[in-house]
Write a protein that binds this ligand. Structure first.
Ligand code: ASP
Length: 465
């Protein structure tokens, strides 16, 4: 729209004539005077339609909340007694000269004003495009954007490059259940959606990139999800020629500067971030993501901490050994021998470092085993026959045969981190199109059935229900 002025700029235009456009937030009809609060992405302004402007006044009488309109009018200073200091545009109003209806709106099925906390979440997710109109959700997504932009700019300055990795990849046993995608060209074969870019980012290090990052979508098909989502976003990064301290340092600096720049009203409780061993965390706090806040009622207090020295392996339900965090990690240097010889398994500590914030794990990573022997040794401890290791991870073992720098990295759960900075309680409040706790997209109505012809092309026949 030509010459449209955002409502936030009206204060500087007193005495001038402007055109604004947006949603009708509220309309108050006082007979002679009709007031309309118009809402755009930048804020709100009160519009007044006077009977003297016949056409505009008549239209103002007909319009309803959530109609989309444009208004050309004069920016006036409000009379002294009508000034509202609590609103950004509380000192001005727009006297309508002409109004145009861009599109009408039916009465929305959910209230779009207010914070929405009193509306059932299913309705909010079903009508997400309306739910997102509320200022709280607009602010949350704006904050998310700012955080991601800060991260990108910061890492760019530090010499990192963002590299996209595939979303159609191979199913490998990595901890969670994979979402799988059938191949049409090769019936009976399947891609998997990545649980994280873990293997790709390590292969990028083998490829000679030294500082990689990605704002990456990850997919995990888990049953009890609660405040989790089947797809979620990580800040994923990996660095070559580093030790544990280097990765922790970089991330700590990034987190501190990010908070200072994007959320200056927040106070970081302790600097540098305290470091706690897994053993100490479990004995003192009974959790490996302790909430160290000295005042849990303070919404602006951020208590970061690192948890380190996790055991590499733990016993699975069937009595076999499984990794606690990441099969591609390297043990602590002093325990490397034990892993390679398959000795003292329960005592082997991994280079894993987790970063916790106010009782939530917001990130984790490790230094990796950067040679085939270390990776093989991990899977051997877990009882994988060599044949299975080759079948699942042959590409990794082969890649590492051609030489790799030592490397390590981390991934942050970005949704959780934004949730905490936004003072929200669920990650669904900071994801534009969130799914329910059961993994349904109520707006698109997914998952959904597909046509029998689609299944036929894939060579898939469903069991009769
Ligand atoms: N890929 C790991 C995860 O998603 C994080 C890492 O070790 O970089 O938990």
């Amino acid at each position: 729209m030509k010459n449209r002025t955002p409502t936030k700029d009206l204060k500087e235009q007193v005495g001038g004539e402007v055109t604004v456009a947006g949603f009708v937030d509220v309309r108050r009809d006082h007979g002679k005077l009709i007031f309309i609060d118009l809402r755009d992405e930048s804020g709100k302004v009160q519009i007044i339609a006077l009977p003297g402007r016949k056409e505009a006044h008549e239209l103002a009488g007909a319009i309803r909340p959530e109609w989309v309109i444009s208004v050309t009018g004069k920016v006036n200073k409000r009379p002294e007694k009508l000034i509202n200091k609590n609103e950004p545009n509380g000192e001005v109003e727009l006297e309508a000269l002409s109004i145009a209806v861009i599109n009408k709106a039916e009465t929305p099925p959910i209230e779009v004003r207010g914070d929405g906390h009193d509306i059932g979440e299913e309705s909010r997710l079903k009508y997400r495009y309306l739910d997102l109109r509320r200022p709280r959700m607009q602010q949350n997504l704006r904050l998310r954007h700012k955080i991601i932009k800060f991260i990108r700019d910061y890492l760019d300055r530090e010499g990192f490059i963002e590299i996209e990795t595939p979303e159609l990849t191979k199913s490998t046993p990595e901890g969670a259940r994979d979402f799988i995608v059938p191949s049409r060209r090769e019936q009976g074969l399947f891609y998997a959606l990545p649980q994280s870019p873990q293997q790709y980012k390590q292969l990028l290090m083998v490829a000679g990139f030294e500082k990689y990052f990605q704002i990456a979508r990850c997919f995990r098909d888990e049953d009890t999800r609660g405040d989790r989502q089947p797809e979620f976003t990580q800040l994923d990064l990996e660095m070559a020629y580093v030790e544990r301290e280097d990765v922790m340092d970089l991330n700590e600096k990034l987190l501190i500067e990010l908070v200072q720049e994007i959320a200056p009203h927040k106070k970081i409780q302790e600097l540098p971030f305290p470091r706690i061993s897994y053993k100490e965390a479990m004995s003192t706090y009974k959790t490996d993501r302790p909430d160290l806040r000295t005042d849990k009622n303070d919404p602006n207090l951020l208590a970061f901490c690192w948890v380190i020295d996790f055991p590499f392996f733990e016993k699975a339900d069937d009595g076999s050994w499984t990794f606690t965090h990441n099969p591609f990690s390297s043990p602590k240097p002093e325990h490397k021998e034990w892993l390679l010889k398959g000795e003292r398994i329960p005592e082997i500590l991994t280079t894993q470092y987790d970063v916790a914030l106010n009782g939530s794990e917001i990130g984790g990573g490790s230094i990796r085993g950067s040679n085939p022997e270390t990776i093989e040794a991990v899977f051997k401890v877990m009882g994988y026959p060599m044949e299975d290791i080759k079948k699942n991870f042959g590409h990794m073992l082969e890649a590492y045969r051609y030489g790799a720098p030592e490397h390590g990295g981390i991934a942050w759960g970005l949704d959780r981190f934004v949730t905490i900075l936004a003072n929200e309680s669920s990650i669904r409040e900071v994801i534009a199109f969130a799914k329910t706790g059961e993994g349904r997209d109520l707006m698109m109505n997914a998952p959904a059935e597909v046509k029998p012809t689609q299944l036929k092309e894939l060579g898939i026949r469903l069991n009769q229900k």
